[in-house]
Design a protein around this ligand. Sequence first.
Ligand code: GDP
Ligand code: IMO
Ligand code: MG
Length: 434
Amino acid sequence: MSEANVCVMGLQWGDEGKGKVVDALAEVSQYVVRYCGGANAGHTVVVGGEKFALHLIPCGVFRPEVINVVGNGVVFDPPVGLEEIDGLRSRGVDVGGQNLRISTAAHVVMPWHKAADTHSEQALGGRKIGTTARGIGPCYADKANRSTAIRVGDLTCGESLREKVRLICDGKNKVFAALYGAEPLDADAIADEYAAYGQRLAPMIANTGAVLRRAVAAGDRVLFEGGQGSMLDVDHGTFPFVTSSSVSACGVPAGAGVPPRAVGTVVGLLKAYTTRVGAGPFPTEQDNDTGAYLRDRGKEYGTTTGRPRRCGWLDLFAARYAAELSGTDEVALALLDVLTGLDELKLCTGYRVGDEIVEDFDPMQLGASEPVYETLPGWSDEIGDCQTFADLPGEAKAYVDRVEAVLDRPVGVISVGPDREQTIVHHTNVRGLG
Ligand code: GDP
Ligand code: IMO
Ligand code: MG
């Protein structure tokens, strides 16, 4: 069993069930670290039959000994983060300076970022990305722009925060008025509001890179919690229908401030079928009764926005690309129970363009690609109570075997329901999963 650090990240378009696996591994980790994205994420953890949806706070909060870290690569939205903290506290989950560290270098999602996200999507009309409207893209754009950015460390800097906010608002107000005819933002009111957030967050703000490098040097076990999924990666996903950060395991060192070798074992989350929220190519999409069946059984409505998710067959050609990109050591196969009741199951193992079989997966060429399918028999018995691989119907076992063969990687665990207990240990080599 490997004792190494672990990165849990999605191999598809997000919502693969990362929250459940992070929660499981948190039990044997000292740190749980978000390294990308922001409140666009929605990670579900079910504890004792109670369902929690987390957006900014890492999924280690249900384990009292764990230090949860919001890394520098995250874009932090103070009112959303504080509301989440309050919500968790009101449900008896302890969150505060003792178990949460937010990076001074994480960028702050400001009101103008959310406004820009909404205005920009409206202006794009039929060409919109279908973002979560959480201000993610505009915040990362200002991070790259530098002079118009505000970081978490700035929130506790009084008058200098006010000066920054005034200067930035001045520019944003001109642009928003010209582009969208928008009302001007009140810089002083925003500065007051965000300084107050800074006061509340102060006990949790820290130099998290230093904290994590020290933890790694001391041999503590660090768990990196991916947001979104590899196909939404800003560099390696289906651009421009992506999010704005490096969400694969490649984003861990930069987004957490640790050396590449600290990433450790990579666990790729794979939903047993495919979903996507928002616009963009999706070769195996089933905009038909099969898609509706998957949406219904999988309760495929966005954890963050409530939007119905687009559903389709498992795309192993895309997943293999994502697995290779992150050097995925093993796969966690989730929501297998959702496939129960379908007569036959299709697995996409490749693409073709016309008569030509595509050799290398290219996320820029998906629009022209047709999936090549294998058809496997389905099963009809519910599998939510299965405890071991042997308990699964033969057809479900064959499906899992085929996933392993096409991805050329072991399936470590199989999730057959949202509860902690509904997990089958299969070929894992990760301590905490096995
Ligand atoms: P994440 O963003 O990757 O953490 O995934 P989400 O939380 O957005 O979506 C996954 C949904 O599936 C949540 O409602 C989970 O409670 C649920 N879930 C996780 N694993 C399973 C499973 O094996 N079977 C079923 N039926 N639901 C699951
Ligand atoms: P978790 O961590 C699914 C999608 C949005 C949109 C695109 C860009 O729960 O898996 P953004 O607001 O980031 O600019 O939107 O990315 N998206 C997600 N889809 N799960 C997520 O996170 C997502 N985070 C962003 O739907 O298509
Ligand atoms: Mg989600």
